[in-house]
Design a protein around this ligand. Sequence first.
Ligand SMILES: [Zn+2]
Length: 220
Amino acid sequence: MRIVLVGPPGAGKGTQATRLAEKLRVPHISTGDLFRANISQKTELGKLAKSYMDAGNLVPDEVTIAMAKDRMEQPDAELGFLLDGFPRNVSQAEALDEVLTTEGIKLDAVLDLEAPEAEVVKRIAGRRICRNDSAHVFHVTYKQPAEAGVCDVCGGELYQRDDDSEDTVRTRLEVYHTQTEPIIDYYKAQGLVVTISAMGKVDEVTARAMGALQRDEDGK
Ligand SMILES: [Zn+2]
């Protein structure tokens, strides 16, 4: 299956992408990984992307698209892939369509993870990270440490990353609404959108997503 995963920050998209890719036996292609891989392997595209990033600029869509195209042409992506973080705006979605058309392939579904704004703000703004190890993650509501402000694992101090502050979350949501949400309408016009709720436990959301993709497949 060839799938695009979309959803607002805080909807658990990255976690679901990893799990769904495993269940569907397709590579999980995320823009973050593409950038890291191209930069560490010093590919031409990686060097180009790095020059923009070093100058504090956004990497142009053409560069991101070229990286995604390279990745989708790898043998492990022949039978499918799950795109995460790409396309992130309508012009990238149009460029992706062009690439797919050239390759003679089509998307099977665009999985839209839905979560109420109040909930995603609560999820992200409540996150607290250990100063000693960023893998020690807590939450003021959902995963409270035994002692407030102290890591259960190592006793380190817990803090809120700047990225997780309520103001930053609201700004990221705004960017999502203005730039990424329009791609849902773009794909609705192609009859590709499958919407599910991203609320509840991680396992429940994965099961819901697999069920919805299966029903979508059967209905075609
Ligand atoms: Zn810790």
